[in-house]
Design a protein around this ligand. Structure first.
Ligand code: BG6
Length: 479
């Protein structure tokens, strides 16, 4: 196979929201940092008729490097035009490689993939062919299996790049490095020293004009099935044999396999936000959003307590929560260590390790020391903020992921068996919900979700209530 540098990047759904919010800005950043391959060209495709100048504006002026053709994923003859254009630009830009980026609504994945295969646009007789797919990968186990089946008819696993953008975040990639390269953490990383772990992905925004998508999806499928289970695996997995995509992905799967069947009655909390008014802001009910059914029972908040039944984690609870219109925007993982009762203090505070994924990215270790001049003990922070390494030190997740597709590195992408295993965990929860066996609690927009969520701890502990600033916490903080 002749493998030149550069590539033709075909973006389906090129006039859509994801392309303008994430893909084009990322490509432009890549270009600014001179990392864009020399022989590179964007071929945007979409159902709309768009003039060259409008498309250049949409693609944030990738200038000569972008063209647009009208293509309806459901119209087979449109792919002949695509094929013609790919050949044309391959010649002009002296490249043989092609990447297909599916940035369309998921309903278009099936016709798109089938047509690419039918028209032999997947064949690697010259250069590589890669395909990028955005989550959600299906809406349950059955549909995700079906999607994988269609994909593998024409593409090998190493050609498929399933984007879960959390994996592209620098701070998420740091979890494994910090865990395994610091003996002070790795030596303590088990049930013997850790009492519980919290994973929070809170958003202050609502559903931002995505009513129709969100109402058919909800927090469990939108965030838990993918981003949060990925984070859980990174915190809980064993050390991989090698620093290679397959070894790491294998260890993640091993975590999913050991998740204990959830206690649906007691260990799951669902919520939906309701209208509220603060001094600064006024929020409407979730059900008053455009595209949302007035009687909708879709959850905008989800929390659960789960266990991993293996030697390392036996009976250590993992508390996970996510929601829209919560008190602040924050994603973090808190590892709570066991109490260290000793002669100096019968009841001291515990150690805590916090991975702050966003915002104010960094890490904190809470530790005890003697209160100077007193007999008592105080709990203080050892803190690190990425911003101290320099401005703009953290690339956007999409920049990282797109560059990895160019390089053919699958490490930060979801493998098909992960996606299917994750649905195996989620499907039974959805079944219980569909059988009306899981309550839906209301919570006021701008708060930390349903009060009932604290019951997951059975009075033994409580959530950390993080603020924007990494080292602050408390239910009330400056937000
Ligand atoms: C997306 C979800 O995958 O992740 C959105 O579909 C959510 O609903 C977003 O807002 C959160 O991403 P981030 O990077 O802002 O935490």
């Amino acid at each position: 196979m002749k493998n030149t540098t550069g590539n033709i990047l075909v973006i389906f759904g090129a006039t859509g929201d994801l392309a303008s919010r994430k893909i084009f800005p990322a490509l432009n950043e890549i270009r600014k940092s001179n990392k864009i391959p020399k022989n590179f060209h964007v071929l945007g495709c979409g159902r709309k008729k768009v003039t060259k100048s409008v498309f250049h504006k949409l693609s944030t002026n990738l200038i000569d490097n972008a063209n647009y053709i009208k293509l309806d994923p459901y119209v087979e003859s449109d792919y002949d035009l695509l094929s013609y254009n790919i050949e044309k630009f391959k010649k002009i830009y002296s490249t043989t490689n092609v990447i297909y980026y599916l940035s369309t609504p998921p309903s278009a994945y099936e016709p798109l993939v089938k047509s690419l295969i039918k028209k032999k646009l997947n064949i690697e007789n010259s250069g590589y062919r890669r395909i990028i797919i955005e989550k959600p990968f299906g809406k349950d186990l059955k549909s995700s299996k079906n999607l994988n089946k269609i994909l593998i008819k024409g593409f090998k696993e190493k050609q498929i790049f399933r984007i879960d953008h959390y994996l592209g975040k620098e701070t998420v990639q740091n979890i494994l490095v910090s865990r395994f390269t610091n003996f002070i953490f790795s030596a303590l990383w088990s049930k013997d020293h850790i009492s519980y772990v919290e994973i929070t992905a809170a958003e202050s925004i609502g559903i931002e004009g995505r009513g129709e998508y969100y109402d058919g999806t909800g927090a469990i499928k939108d965030m838990f099935q993918n981003h949060l289970l990925e984070l859980l695996c990174l915190v809980a997995m064993e050390e991989p044999n090698k620093n290679s995509p397959e070894s790491i992905r294998n260890e993640k799967i091993n975590v999913l396999k050991k998740i204990r069947k959830l206690n649906f009655q007691e260990d799951i909390i669902r919520g939906q936000y309701t209208a509220s008014k603060t001094k600064l802001k006024k929020f409407i009910n979730y059900t008053d959003n455009k595209g949302v059914d007035k009687t909708s029972k879709t959850e905008t908040f989800f929390a659960c307590k789960l266990f991993i039944d293996n030697k390392r984690w036996k009976d250590v609870p993992f508390f996970i929560r996510t929601g829209k219109r919560l008190a602040t925007k924050v994603t973090e993982i808190v590892v709570n260590f066991k109490k260290n009762i000793n002669v100096f203090s019968p009841n001291n505070e515990t150690n805590m390790l916090i991975f702050r994924l966003q915002p104010d990215e960094g890490m904190v270790v809470k530790f005890n020391l003697k209160n100077p001049g007193e007999k008592s003990i105080i709990n203080k922070n050892l803190e690190f903020h990425y911003k101290n390494l320099g401005e703009d030190i953290i690339d956007d997740a999409y920049e990282t992921l797109i560059l990895d597709v160019f390089k053919g590195n699958t490490m930060l992408f979801s493998r098909s068996d992960f996606v299917e295993k994750a649905w195996k965990i989620v499907d039974p929860i959805i079944n219980e919900i569909n059988n009306n066996k899981v309550k839906l609690y209301g919570y006021k927009a701008g708060t930390w979700g349903p009060k009932k969520c604290d019951d997951l701890f059975r009075n033994e502990n409580t959530w950390r209530y993080p603020c924007k600033n990494l080292v602050n916490d408390g239910e009330i903080c400056e937000l």
